[in-house]
Ligand binder design. Structure first.
Ligand SMILES: Cc1cc2nc3c(=O)[nH]c(=O)nc-3n(C[C@H](O)[C@H](O)[C@H](O)COP(=O)(O)OP(=O)(O)OC[C@H]3O[C@@H](n4cnc5c(N)ncnc54)[C@H](O)[C@@H]3O)c2cc1C
Length: 478
């Protein structure tokens, strides 16, 4: 049995690791990005701002904003901020399939992690490849914690405990000075397996379908275009990459395919719709005492709380040292971030001439605009409190205190880098993939990455993507 996995990112590498536990199962792992080899360079172990060749060139068609996605073995897990938050049970229970309830996903969440503080709890793992820890907090973050407490929030020691809400240290997979990406933590576990073949620097152009079944992929590498044959193909090229490959393979909305002269293999009108992303707002303030700066992104204190409304609408808040993400920020700047992590708005990915066209659609739903103004106001009150304590200085005209906050939020909306949902999974017939992640209408073709999530979890998406990759391997091994 030979499986070709396209994309060696969070989900793809996890899938390859689990699937190749069986020495009789040949796995070919293809990625357009490079494999830096066993000695992972320092920048990929620690840095968040990396040279351009480590990213795909996606931008939001509506705003022009750069939408970074990792193009390297490890995928986006190798370029991310390493916050390791799972989300609540109800995030997964809402996916509409018993196969994906939180209870059903929990064994995979446990298998992929080695949690340094809570590894032996029932809902954690201690032996998986991805180390997770929580840091002692800086004086600035502790002051923020006091402020959260005064505003009615409770402390939570473990944000990954089921249903945890409140403030506490970020769980992070940045451990002992290294980002525990799948590149660093998973790839070394499969390099020595003789039945695993790694094909770096190889961009997959399309899946070859014959007689209604996938029989391989066409890729382009330094030598030109080739066919790699397969008994089954798993696409793990990410929320933007996977639908692009499906489009080029003749799977997508039939009208759009015909208009682009792509022969239709199967009509999948849902492909590219349902794009969902957390929206983030950032308030930059000056820290008064430069010896007490906030911690880098994903390592300080995280606050999670619910908003009024049905179905647990939720927000996050945290502060980090602004130069972490923005080299032009002054060294004494704190970025205070507020994020809406239960967006109603949906964007779209459509067939383009070169790369697919992406519109995140942030705040396109009126309810999100109301909630955005609400969370920014709450965050602004907390920042005012810190200013009253003399810990921070506000800018002269803070954008978050203008007259039309709703309009200001539209102008200030940023991606939290958590797009999902373009190949939505559903138990019934209306998703791109079924609950076993098989592409509807084509035998031997599955999707395993963040694109299958029907809704975005109320959390960072890396652990969820890895969980999906791990579980996809158990389905594919059958
Ligand atoms: C800047 C940034 C910060 C983030 N911070 C966090 C964080 O702190 N915590 C968190 O949980 N999440 C974070 N995320 C999100 C998280 O990293 C992603 O949700 C997750 O990595 C997605 O996994 P994936 O497997 O779906 O895709 P990816 O990990 O992106 O993997 C896709 C892989 O497919 C390859 N590929 C794509 N197209 C092709 C093709 N045609 N041929 C061959 N290969 C192809 C890519 O090169 C890539 O290696 C962040 C993301 C970014 C970009």
């Amino acid at each position: 049995m030979r499986t070709v996995i396209v994309g060696a990112g969070s989900a793809g590498l996890m899938c390859a690791w689990k699937l190749s536990e069986d020495p009789g199962h040949e796995v070919v792992l293809v990625d357009a990005g490079t494999d830096p080899g066993p000695e992972v360079p320092g920048e990929l172990r620690t840095e968040i701002l990396l040279p351009p060749h480590y990213y795909w060139p996606y931008a939001d068609e509506a705003t022009g904003a750069f939408l970074p996605r990792g193009k390297v073995f490890g995928g986006s897990s190798a370029v991310n901020a390493a916050a390791a938050v799972r989300g609540h049970p109800w995030c997964y229970d809402a996916w509409g399939s018993d196969l994906w309830s939180y209870e059903a996903c929990l064994p995979a969440f446990r298998a992929i992690e080695a949690d340094r503080q809570f590894g032996h709890d029932d809902h954690h793992g201690a032996d998986g490849p991805i180390a997770i820890t929580r840091y002692e907090q800086s004086a600035f973050d502790l002051a923020f914690q006091d402020t959260y407490r005064r505003h009615g929030h409770d402390p939570v020691p473990d944000h990954n405990a089921p249903g945890a809400l409140g403030f506490g240290p970020f769980p992070t997979n940045h451990v002992d000075g290294v980002r525990m990406s799948t590149l660093v933590a998973v790839l070394p576990r499969i390099r020595a397996r003789a039945h695993v073949r790694l094909l770096p620097d190889s961009e997959v152009l399309r899946v070859l379908v014959s007689g209604g079944a996938a029989c391989g992929v066409v890729l382009r590498d330094a030598r030109g275009e080739h066919l790699v044959e397969a008994d089954q193909v798993i696409l793990s090229a990410g929320t933007f990459g996977t639908p692009e490959i499906l489009f080029q393979s003749g799977i997508g909305p039939a009208d759009a395919l015909r208009a682009a002269w792509i022969p239709v293999v199967t009509d999948a009108p849902q492909l590219g719709t349902n794009l969902s992303d957390h929206v983030l707002f950032q308030m930059n303030v000056e820290v008064t005492d430069a010896s007490e700066l906030p911690m880098p992104g994903g390592r300080g204190t995280l606050l999670t709380y619910e908003l009024p409304g049905e179905n647990h609408p939720q927000a996050q808040m945290f502060a980090y040292h602004a130069p972490f993400f923005d080299p032009t920020a002054a060294p004494d700047t704190a970025a205070v971030a507020a994020a809406l992590v239960t967006p109603e708005s949906r964007g779209r990915l459509t067939l383009g001439r070169g790369r697919a066209k992406v519109r995140l659609g942030h705040l396109s739903d009126p309810l999100d605009r109301v909630r955005a103004a609400d969370i920014v106001t709450r965050a602004a009150d907390l920042v005012d409190d810190l200013a009253a304590q003399g810990r921070v200085k506000l800018p002269d005209s803070p954008w978050w205190r203008g007259e039309d906050l709703s309009e200001a939020c539209r102008a200030q909306a940023l991606t939290y880098h958590h797009p999902v949902g373009t190949c939505r999974m559903s138990r019934d017939g209306d998703g791109v993939v079924d609950e076993y992640l098989r592409v509807r209408g084509v035998e031997g073709l599955s999707v395993a990455d963040a694109s299958v999530m029907p809704t975005v979890p109320r959390a960072h998406t890396n652990l969820a993507a890895m969980m999906i990759g791990y579980r996809a391997a158990t389905f594919a091994a059958r």
